[in-house]
Design a protein around this ligand. Sequence first.
Ligand SMILES: NC(=O)c1ccc[n+]([C@@H]2O[C@H](COP(=O)([O-])OP(=O)(O)OC[C@H]3O[C@@H](n4cnc5c(N)ncnc54)[C@H](OP(=O)(O)O)[C@@H]3O)[C@@H](O)[C@H]2O)c1
Length: 197
Amino acid sequence: MEKPENIFLKKSFVAITGASRGIGRCMALKFAVKFPPNSVLVLMARNMMALESVRTDLQARAPNITVLVQQYDQGKTDEGYFNGIFDSLLTESKLSKGKAARDMFFRVLSAEEPSIRVLTYAPGWVDTDMLRDLEANSFSTPIRKLVNGLRENGEIVAPEESVAVLERVLEDNAFENADHVDNYGQTAQPYIDNFIN
Ligand SMILES: NC(=O)c1ccc[n+]([C@@H]2O[C@H](COP(=O)([O-])OP(=O)(O)OC[C@H]3O[C@@H](n4cnc5c(N)ncnc54)[C@H](OP(=O)(O)O)[C@@H]3O)[C@@H](O)[C@H]2O)c1
């Protein structure tokens, strides 16, 4: 079988949602230097100031790519909101209720349109605003305990660590289309079981 091509070698158009902070920002910073000149990165989130700041960082690191920012709010429910932004991609993601539905949607999409390459990446437990907020402020005591236990046991990784795993998967480009790659690792399973049961 032909060896799949490293995704980062192709001039690309890349949209990163949630690019103002956390995992999305980290992905943008890492990926910007990997794609060839004249690639386009679109950074998307609600906070334009934060997006502009990420754009400035990216252009300093990778002056040969084009970085665009696009404000959008994924929480909007009015019909038509996403049309002008990203006709197909975001409109479709809006149709999916939850992550399992999104996985299913991408599987069907890749079966119907094999030229589209789809990967779902579960980043693991990553030390970002989202996780810190859950740990400190969740109304659910089991969730606060879960995150706290993970932290005490060193199960929570830095965004750079998780994005490095994604980077390798994309470079190898050997995943099955519509695959779900998971960075939670076996060590976190007891916590998840504990939480579910
Ligand atoms: N951290 C983890 O351990 C972990 C584990 C599994 C999955 N994930 C998933 O990974 C993704 C990123 O999480 P993170 O940990 O990086 O969180 P984060 O640090 O809180 O960042 C969230 C990002 O999403 C953007 N965002 C939030 N609400 C939005 C909305 N309504 N419309 C558009 N953009 C919005 C935020 O930007 P603005 O506020 O500027 O809009 C920000 O850029 C999430 O889907 C999360 O569920 C995270």
